[in-house]
Ligand binder design. Structure first.
Ligand code: KIV
Length: 292
């Protein structure tokens, strides 16, 4: 039985940054997941997930890097294009990779523009607080919607000394709240809060007019995001504590590959139904010709 929801005129409407704002006003939770390819984007879109993030988590869960730092603009644009071919309904957000927005404001605006102009995205996301104010204002000023990202910002992994939860002291919590208010003031339409204490995330969500999207930040955020490979059990290296795993695709993949290998080795695959036949008279003719 198909689990695809029945289309209704309202359900079929494209999700925009305004839909995010409306959902916050109506206290309707916002759902977001990552995708890096066409089939995943198609499945998320059919499930009517509100938003698809083409995250730079791509570097770890698809490209096999240790962290997100090696991901390039070329990597991101390539995968964003594939996602954009699969999704019509979800708000699509492209994650700006390390060094694409930290060095120069003009470069940052140009790079942000490429996500919309060349890769079919609706918005971009970038990491950081007060130190990103000028860049965010410039990108928003160019007409490009920006999602902020605070808390555990993986591109700063070396500065943090590892993937550590953030905002756990009174001073750090105060700084995070100030940064969130600054991002809102700079024009962000939404902010990801990653690995911060649940009660801090809830307070920030209440103080902001724009929606917060939590990951490892508790149920008090206005929406939730997970890395799809974690949710599906497709990333075998580790699963963060805050992930709810809905499937174990990695195990299923291994089972399927083992079964395929055994079938090939025992000649049970391909069977009759997997092979192409030729009319008997043509075959007889061929044999006559080949021996002539
Ligand atoms: O890259 C990513 O997938 C992200 C999410 C974890 C928010 O930034």
């Amino acid at each position: 039985m198909s689990t695809t929801p029945v289309d209704s005129p309202t359900e079929r409407r494209k999700i925009t940054t305004r839909s995010f704002a409306r959902k916050k006003q109506r206290r309707e939770p916002i759902s977001m997941l990552t995708a890096y390819d066409y089939p995943t984007a198609l499945a998320l879109d059919r499930a009517r997930v509100d938003s698809i993030l083409v995250g730079d988590s791509l570097g770890m869960v698809v490209l096999g890097y240790e962290n997100t730092l090696p991901v390039t603009m070329a990597d991101m644009l390539h995968h964003c294009r594939a996602v954009a071919r699969g999704a019509r309904y979800a708000l699509m957000i492209g994650d700006m990779p390390f060094m694409s927005y930290q060095v120069d404001v003009n470069d940052a605006v140009r790079n942000a523009g490429r996500f919309l102009q060349e890769a079919g995205m609706d918005a971009v996301k970038l990491e950081g607080g007060r130190e990103r104010e000028a860049v965010i204002r410039a990108i928003v000023g160019a007409g490009i919607p920006v999602m902020g990202h605070l808390g555990l910002t993986p591109q700063s992994v070396h500065q943090f000394g590892g993937m550590r939860a953030q905002g756990r002291s009174a001073a750090a919590a105060q700084r995070l709240l100030e940064d969130a208010l600054m991002l809102q003031d700079a024009g962000c339409f939404s902010i990801v809060l990653e690995s911060v204490p649940a009660r801090l995330a809830e307070l920030i969500s209440q103080r902001l007019e724009i929606p917060t999207i939590g990951i490892g930040a508790g149920a008090g955020c206005d929406g939730q995001v997970l890395v799809t490979h974690d949710l599906l059990g497709l990333f075998e290296r580790f699963t963060p504590r805050f992930v709810k795993q809905y499937a174990n695709f990695y195990e299923q993949m291994e089972t399927a590959f083992n079964a395929y290998k055994a079938d090939v080795e025992t000649r049970s695959f391909p069977a009759q139904e997997h092979t192409v036949e030729m009319p008997e008279d043509e075959w007889v003719q061929f044999l006559e010709d080949v021996d002539a």
